[in-house]
Structures are given as structure tokens and as C-alpha cells.
Write a protein that binds this ligand. Structure first.
Ligand code: FAD
Ligand code: EPU
Length: 337
């Protein structure tokens, strides 16, 4: 384990922002990780997974700890289901493919989400009708202050929409080292509630879909609208979809007849932020080396050498305009550093 100095983080974040970290170390074992977090000469630390949910706006004057713990194993095997434990540094999509190859069901709708397995619980990753919490059994995490390993079950993680205890009460206090999933072996519960999935399966001429077909459909849909970070820097949805009261929504509908919504509760609905951003005219707008993606207004992009601060300022302009026109505050999903 070697601590390197003055490392560019450009290859380590999917926005492709070029900032420098004073110190950088990759942790491949829990022992290494415990040793690193105990280092008192580096009080300022940043935990880095796949770098696909962060906007780096300045050089990092501290130690970046790159999570590189590897390994996937079945830890309990029953007739109907398995418990699979994956180490935090495993790539999420590779893990999904591993599950599909073993015919373990539950994560197929979450295909092609970038990032690490260990980061998935932080914001309870979700897509196409499934969230991590639906397959999450437990996770292990090292407490930064004590270096003790603690296990969190599903309830303890307090999962919500793009939310968990690790973004709230325990923000910055734990490093997740492994995640255990409960996955089906037989009678897979295929989730095709998203209209786009059934339409895609029809296009693919699949009438009796298997979990692999669902995954392929999700991949095709995602590739049609989300930019590949290897080609165009981005961090997925920059903002969360806001939840507003039904009375607020009804008032907006008087002026914006086509405003979409999804039910949340008796009194609230969720409004797609992509629609709000498109409506105010930002979709596809380019400002030099940064802008708003042409196929998905919720995605901000780096065309090459954008500065994090430029993208942050654009996000603030979008937030202010959405607030002024719709009286809806929209919150960043991406972690700003
Ligand atoms: P990073 O960006 O490395 O880290 C994110 C945050 O978690 C940081 O604050 C970091 O300090 C912290 N962190 C990282 N690892 C750990 C750890 N082991 N323990 C504790 N804290 C840690 N998200 C969705 O939910 N659904 C989607 O459909 C989706 N689509 C995306 C599409 C694209 C093209 C991109 C670029 C992103 C998308 N995302 C999506 C967002 C992103 O992929 C997820 O949030 C992912 O879980 C981030 O993982 P990461 O390892 O890259 O996190
Ligand atoms: N829309 C527009 N214009 C746009 C984009 C979207 O009008 O430019 C409207 C349309 O009405 C569309 C609706 O928004 O039907 C929803 O769009 P989409 O299906 O693309 O999903 P999203 O709400 O924009 C969310 C997640 C994604 C996830 C997809 C699929 C959030 C913040 N984003 O996006 O997650 O992949 O649903 O489930 O909840 C991420 O978190 O980084 C992410 C990509």
C-alpha cells in the first residue's frame, strides 16, 4: 500500500474534472483501510468509489482513499434464494452481470448504473422501478473514528428515495466495506412496471422475458438517453426529482397543462425535474465546455475541460430558474466537493 502525492483525479471521476489530490491511496483490504483511517497526519480524508456521483469543484488538500476491496461470494444458499456478499470495491454493473450469469434475480433493473457496490447503499441507487433496498440484506462498514466494523440491516439503513442513514445521521462517519444481497434463485419477480421496459421487450421481440432480457431492455433504454461517461463526462441525474404537494401541483397544472407527475402519497406527487429543466429552455444548452445533455435535461455534461465550479454555477442557475418559474426547490443528487 503506497500513498502517492499530487495525483490528478480526472481518471477517477465520471465528470472528468481535472483537480489534484495532495495524497492518494488505494485500499484493497479491510486491514489496510483501518490502518489508513487511523493515520493522524492526514486528518482530511475523501472516500472515493467509482467517482460517478460527485462534482469536484476544487483541489483536494488531503488524502483520497480509493476503495478497492474485491470479491463476490455466496454466503448462504437456500432452495429459493441466496445471500451474496460483494466487497465494496466491486464494480456495480460487473456485479449485476455476475448475478445474471448465475441466474440470481433482483438486480437486473439496476443494470449499467456506474460506480461501486459499496456506494450503492449510500443513496439507495434506483432505476426502472427497483431500488437497492429491495434486494439489500445488510452491509458492513468501518466506523472512521473507532475503526470498528459494524453491520447494518435493511431497517437500520433507513433507505428512502436517493437517501439513507449514510447521507443523514451517519454522513461521513462510516466506510462501507461489503454489501450482502438477498437474490432469488427461482420464481424471479420480474419488475416490468416501467412502460418503457415492456415497449423495449416488444421491440426486442421477447414474449417470455427472463431476467437477462429485462437487463438487456434496461441497458438499451439507458443507452438511448444517458451519455456514456467514457465519451461525455457526467454524473447521471444531477438533481433529485422533487416531491410537491398535490395542491401546488394542481395550481401549476392551470398554467402547465402537460406537467407530468407520479403518485407518492395521498397528498404528494413527484414531478420529473428533467421536465421542469426542459420547460425552462435549458435542455441541450451548451456553454463552452459544459452544458445540459441534449437527450436528458437532468444530466449536466462536461464536453472536455470544464471546471467543476462552472458546472456548479450552471446547476445553481437552473435551480434558481426552476424556483422562480415553478416555485419548486430542486436539490442536487450529486455530492459536491
Ligand atoms: P462515488 O462518486 O465514488 O461516491 C459518492 C459518495 O459516496 C461520495 O460522497 C463518497 O465519498 C461516498 N462513498 C464512496 N464510497 C463509499 C464507501 N464505500 N463508504 C462510504 N462512503 C462512500 N444512480 C442511481 O441511483 N440510479 C441511476 O440510474 C444512476 N444512473 C447513473 C448514470 C450515469 C451515466 C452516471 C454517471 C451516474 C448514475 N447514477 C445513478 C449515480 C451513481 O452511479 C450512483 O450514485 C453510484 O452508486 C455512485 O457510486 P460511486 O462508487 O461512483 O460513488
Ligand atoms: N423528462 C423530460 N425531459 C427530459 C427528461 C425527462 O420531459 O429531458 C420527463 C419525461 O416526462 C419523462 C420523465 O421526465 O417521462 C422521466 O424521465 P426518465 O424516465 O428519463 O427518468 P428521470 O426521472 O429523469 C430517474 C432517475 C434516474 C433513473 C431513471 C430511470 C432520479 C433523480 N433519476 O430519472 O437515475 O435511471 O429515473 O428509473 O430519480 C441517477 O440517479 O443518476 C439516475 C440516472
Amino acid at each position: 500500500m503506497q500513498i502517492k502525492q499530487n495525483i490528478s483525479l480526472k481518471p477517477f471521476n465520471t465528470f472528468g474534472i481535472d483537480v489534484t489530490a495532495d495524497y492518494f491511496v488505494s485500499a484493497a483490504t479491510i486491514e489496510d483501510l483501518k490502518h489508513i483511517i487511523a493515520l493522524t497526519d492526514h486528518p482530511n480524508k475523501l472516500i472515493l468509489g467509482g467517482g460517478s456521483n460527485m462534482l469536484l469543484t476544487q483541489d483536494f488538500n488531503g488524502l483520497v482513499i480509493h476503495i478497492n476491496l474485491k470479491g463476490i461470494e455466496v454466503i448462504e444458499d437456500y432452495d429459493d434464494y441466496v445471500l451474496v456478499k460483494a466487497q465494496a470495491g466491486e464494480n456495480w454493473h460487473d456485479f449485476v452481470l455476475w448475478c445474471l450469469n448465475n441466474n440470481y434475480g433482483g438486480v437486473e433493473n439496476l443494470s449499467l448504473i456506474p460506480g461501486n457496490v459499496g456506494t450503492a447503499p449510500i443513496q439507495n441507487i434506483g432505476a426502472y422501478g427497483v431500488e437497492l433496498k429491495d434486494v439489500f440484506h445488510s452491509c458492513e462498514a468501518v466506523e472512521i473514528n473507532t475503526q470498528n466494523l459494524k453491520t447494518f440491516n435493511n431497517t437500520e439503513c433507513q433507505f428512502g428515495y436517493r437517501n439513507s442513514v449514510f447521507k443523514q445521521e451517519f454522513k461521513g462517519q462510516f466506510i462501507i466495506t461489503s454489501v450482502t444481497f438477498k437474490l432469488s434463485k427461482t420464481h424471479h419477480n420480474l419488475n416490468m412496471n416501467y412502460g418503457a421496459i415492456t415497449a423495449e421487450l416488444e421491440k426486442m421481440k421477447v414474449s417470455n422475458p427472463k431476467i437477462k432480457d429485462i437487463s438487456n431492455a434496461v441497458i438499451a433504454i439507458r443507452e438511448s438517453k444517458l451519455p456514456n461517461p467514457k465519451i461525455l463526462g457526467n454524473s447521471g441525474s444531477f438533481f433529485k426529482n422533487p416531491v410537491i404537494s398535490k395542491s401546488h401541483f394542481n395550481k401549476l397544472q392551470e398554467n402547465f397543462k402537460d406537467i407530468p407527475s407520479y403518485p407518492v402519497s395521498e397528498t404528494e406527487v413527484k414531478v420529473p425535474a428533467g421536465w421542469l429543466i426542459e420547460k425552462i429552455g435549458f435542455k441541450g444548452k451548451r456553454f463552452g465546455d459544459y452544458g445540459v445533455h441534449k437527450n436528458q435535461a437532468l444530466v449536466l455534461v462536461n464536453y472536455g475541460n470544464a471546471k467543476g465550479i462552472d458546472i456548479l454555477n450552471l446547476s445553481r442557475l437552473i435551480q434558481d430558474t426552476v424556483l422562480r418559474i415553478f416555485e419548486i426547490p430542486i436539490e442536487a443528487e450529486v455530492n459536491i466537493l
